[in-house]
Design a protein around this ligand. Structure first.
Ligand SMILES: [Zn+2]
Length: 127
């Protein structure tokens, strides 16, 4: 089995799930995984490896919000990706940006936290 990366740009009227469904229907295609521009940018990072299964994890959920907490409460918010082992299902969060997307002293901090929470992608980090 070989993995290849194909970059496809779709117009605004086309939905990504439909495109992926068509690709998966092609003869010989076993899986088609969505990889965002952010992952391509951060491609210098090695994919996480599952210690139990000795294989590379796959991006499972993009755009996870990781909220770091300090002693006094929420401190900074990071955008990252949730990776999953394709064999055992273990999950790890990686692919963090170069810095937080917002911090407690910035306007809009609470609103951004609420956005990630609303879409079910907020993860709390208590250190
Ligand atoms: Zn595993």
């Amino acid at each position: 089995m070989n993995d290849i990366l194909i970059k496809i740009t779709i117009d605004e009227t086309t939905t990504l799930p439909n495109v992926l469904r068509h690709i998966r229907e092609l003869k010989g295609v076993l899986t088609a995984t969505r990889v965002t521009e952010k992952q391509v940018v951060s491609a210098g990072m090695h994919r996480p490896v599952c210690n139990s299964c000795s294989c590379e994890m796959i991006p499972f959920v993009n755009g996870v919000g990781v909220l770091d907490h300090a002693d006094f409460g929420p401190y900074s918010l990071w955008d990252a990706d949730l990776w999953q082992c394709p064999k055992c299902g273990k999950e790890v969060i990686g692919g963090f940006g170069q810095g937080p997307i917002s911090a407690h002293y910035e306007m809009g901090f609470q609103r951004m936290i609420e956005h990630y929470d609303k879409v079910g992608k907020l993860v709390h980090n208590h250190g």
